[in-house]
Ligand binder design. Structure first.
Ligand code: FHN
Length: 440
């Protein structure tokens, strides 16, 4: 199942499928996203009450639909403090957040007038839990993303329900499908009108085609509301950027914008049995790899049904925050780093291409090496510390076009607890030698 998601998630973006070669109009609205690098994903819903799999647990019959929906009674949001959530997100160094406004279970977290189930009408929380979060995030200058599931397994006019029992086939009852289209587009309009999100993060497009979802119309509707809204790549080919999920790309994706969404443990929503937490170091390393390859990381946390964020999620976000704040220069507003072969580790490049940032995995080697750097170096300093480092140019042959190797000594006392970052200031824009040695 997950492999299937992964392959779907690399679907074509709107620009690719419409062969938009000059992507400047899209690039303009994508700029904050390209600069932001880190987002926090929040999966919160009635599934967080008992801690069962979000939507999939009833769809795959691990729990009955009745028992799943009984969680409505337990969704209190009694310990929900949106400003604390926003402040923690800010502290992590994230520049945007995406919350599940409605997952595949069809339970909306706002008071939808379009029909369906929602936490205002149907749970003891009795309030719109999205509005205060979006305003707290905006207070903290964090961009706001609204996750919206196209799939709605609860809605009586949606074809699919449990894994082996569809309600109907669209071709046999197109009028019924039209009813669903009206419903989901009505809800989407509410999300746009109520919160004016900076980013719409669709999910679940794999169940139907672009034509069936009316993806072109929906893209237009979003952009007519606000032309600056970014749309993720799960609108059946009508989104702006790609979203690999959990599975990390090994080679650099040939994409202008992409975002890896990944959980801190193994599940999206809170599940108490899942203690397979990634360490701060592992997450920092994955994050550095993402930005090195020109992507973003959307890191998911799963608060409990009452709104409590787990200590493990808090720990990871705070540790991540220490590191992102210390190394902010090397992270935000940078470009993808060196292509493979020049440096054994992630790297980024300043927007003017004159400073190279090297991320040293683990404790770093005593001697770091850059190959094929065809610039003069002005200085090498430790980011967040300022110490200037000594380096040697090794093996430069005067008559050869091949640059010498840059050996950098990194003393133990400047090494970061997680990942040390070096700033290599160049005499101009980065120039690389990409040949095979010898005279070439
Ligand atoms: O089915 C969902 C899943 O529950 C979760 O929300 C993830 C997050 O990207 N998206 C879907 C699978 O691709």
């Amino acid at each position: 199942m997950f492999l299937l998601f992964a392959s779907f998630s690399w679907s074509q973006t709107f620009a690719q499928s419409h062969q938009i070669v000059n992507q400047d109009s899209i690039a303009h609205k994508m700029q904050w996203f390209a600069d932001a690098k880190l987002g926090i994903f929040i999966h919160w819903g009635i599934y967080s009450v008992k801690g069962v799999g979000e939507s999939w647990s009833f769809h795959n019959k691990q729990i009955s639909y009745k028992d799943y929906m009984a969680q409505l009674k337990g969704f209190t949001a009694a310990n929900y403090h949106p400003q604390q959530w926003a402040d923690l997100i800010k502290e992590s160094g994230a520049r945007y957040a995406v919350i599940t406004t409605k997952h595949h279970d069809g339970v909306a977290l706002w008071n939808s007038k379009c029909g369906g189930i929602n936490v205002v009408k149907n749970t003891p929380a009795h309030r719109d839990v999205l509005a205060p979060l979006f305003s707290a995030l905006r207070k903290d200058s964090i961009k706001c993303g609204a996750y919206f599931s196209l799939i709605d397994w609860s809605y009586p006019d949606y074809p699919a329900f449990l894994k082996d029992s569809n309600r109907y086939e669209i071709r046999n009852d197109p009028a019924r499908w039209e009813k669903f289209l009206d419903y989901y587009q009505c809800q989407l309009k509410e999300v746009l009108n109520n919160y004016n999100p900076d980013l719409i993060w669709f999910d679940g497009d794999w169940e139907h085609s672009a034509k069936e979802w009316q993806a072109a119309k929906v893209r237009k509707m979003i952009l007519d509301h606000n032309p600056n809204t970014i749309i993720n790549g799960r609108l059946a080919g009508y989104g702006d950027y790609d979203t690999p999920e959990q599975n990390f790309p090994v080679t650099r994706p040939n994409l202008r914008w992409w975002e890896l969404c990944m959980t801190v443990n193994d599940n999206w929503g809170w599940q108490p049995q899942d203690t397979n937490w990634k360490t701060p170091y592992q997450i920092i390393r994955i994050f550095a790899d993402c930005i090195s390859m020109g992507g973003n990381l959307l890191l998911d946390i799963g608060p409990k049904g009452d709104g409590t964020i787990t200590p493990q999620d808090i720990h990871v976000l705070k540790e991540l925050g220490k590191w992102t704040h210390k190394n902010s220069k090397a992270i935000y507003g940078t470009l993808a780093g060196l292509p493979e072969g020049h440096f054994y580790g992630p790297s980024t490049l300043s927007k003017d291409s004159t400073t190279l940032y090297l991320f040293l995995p683990g404790k770093g080697n005593e001697q770091e090496v850059i190959k094929g750097l065809d610039n003069k170096i002005k200085s090498i300093t430790v980011v967040g510390n300022g110490m200037q480092l000594h380096y040697d140019i090794v093996g430069k042959i005067s008559w050869s076009p091949v640059p010498g190797l840059v050996y950098i000594k990194v003393p133990a006392n400047v090494q970061d607890e997680y990942m040390t970052v070096l700033a290599v200031k160049l005499d101009g824009k980065l120039k690389l030698y990409r040949g095979q040695g010898g005279l070439k």
